[in-house]
Design a binder for this molecule. Structure first.
Ligand SMILES: Cc1cc2nc3c(=O)[nH]c(=O)nc-3n(C[C@H](O)[C@H](O)[C@H](O)COP(=O)(O)O)c2cc1C
Length: 314
């Protein structure tokens, strides 16, 4: 199936994924102007009334860009909604998204038909993130338009399946849009995701080390300095397994090699404290060598993607 028309504006088949605390309007706008989908979790706008201000700013700046750059219009943006009972703001945040007719809504940690219906009502599409084929079926049954497959090695709450296995199983029955995530950090890896059967790469951690990202300098530098072996997979911090930078766990006074298992009743996805002190990151950061503007990172990915295509004579 062809991708929905709103993806025609992409100049690289990439979604800059939502990052708790880190994704802010400056990063989203830079990503969209550079031709990839930019996104942010609604919960990053605090208090709730700030979501309206952010959507106003993003809408206006992207419209101004489109007027000035008719040959390279901005890519659409996305808002991430945490569809979990620990999120008391969901209803209000969806109403604010309806006001601004948010083009893409990314849903995580729960699929709800009424949310998909609401987004369709204002002309948007939904992408739901899943870590296995069973959850993929559930999401599509409940009306998601597309899927984000979160494979092993992804930053934040990550799956444990190989991307090869995950895409192969889901593509066997689903012909809608698929974005693949998990340690994708080069143009060649974006092309590999497409070769496997995904339509888009879903990239998070490399955008932490950008000038626009809302992260402290030490976190950005840790992404530049880090490699795959520096990533620890644990469910201690939010109740769900995720990938984190070893250095931040050590700095918090914990032993990354002997972390206790979490108590599932203590699940807390919006726990800003955990994400502030314990730094999420995927395994792909060995490809990140500098803190730079998001546009520079995207230009490099685009050049690598073109080179990979040329190498394979595509
Ligand atoms: C610090 C951090 C925060 C994240 N916060 C969210 C979030 O709020 N909502 C969400 O759906 N995914 C979140 N993610 C997951 C990303 O959207 C995405 O799945 C992941 O970054 C992709 O893997 P990569 O980092 O290896 O590129 C987060 C990831 C990181 C590293």
């Amino acid at each position: 199936m062809a991708l929905p028309a709103l993806f025609d504006r992409l100049r690289l088949p990439v979604i800059g994924s939502p990052l708790f605390i880190i994704s802010c309007p400056e990063l989203v706008i830079a990503q969209c102007k550079a031709g990839i989908v930019g996104s942010f979790p609604a919960l990053n706008a605090r208090p709730q009334s700030q979501l309206d201000e952010w959507l106003h700013q993003i809408t206006e700046e992207l419209a101004a860009w489109d007027r000035d750059h008719p040959d390279s219009p901005a890519a659409p943006y996305a808002v991430n909604q945490i569809v979990h009972r620990s999120n008391p703001r969901l209803e209000e945040d969806v109403a604010t998204c309806a006001k601004w007719k948010v083009p893409i809504v990314i849903t995580s940690l729960g699929a709800r038909p009424e949310l998909n219906d609401a987004v369709h009502g204002w002309g948007g599409i939904t992408l739901h993130d899943v870590i296995d084929d069973r959850f993929a079926h559930k999401a599509v049954e409940k009306g998601a338009d597309g899927l984000i497959l979160v494979a092993a090695g992804a930053g934040g709450h990550a799956g444990r399946l190989s991307p090869f296995a995950l895409v192969q199983e889901v593509r066997a029955w689903f012909d809608g849009p698929i974005a693949l995530s998990g340690a994708i950090a080069t143009g060649g890896a974006i092309l590999a995701a497409q070769a496997m059967g995904a339509d888009l790469a879903y990239i998070g951690s490399p955008f932490i080390a950008t000038e626009e990202a809302n992260a402290v300098q030490a976190y950005k530098q840790a992404i530049v300095d880090g490699r795959a072996e520096d990533i620890v997979y644990s469910n201690l911090f939010t109740g769900v397994h995720g990938n984190y930078l070893r250095t931040s766990i050590v700095n918090a006074g914990l032993d990354p090699d002997h972390l206790p298992e979490s108590d599932p009743s203590a699940m807390n996805f919006g726990g800003a404290k955990a994400w502030k002190d314990i730094w999420g990151s995927g395994q792909g950061i060995g490809a990140v060598h500098a803190i730079e503007p998001a546009a520079a990172r995207i230009d490099r990915l685009r050049a690598e993607y073109a080179a990979a295509r040329a190498r394979l004579a595509l």
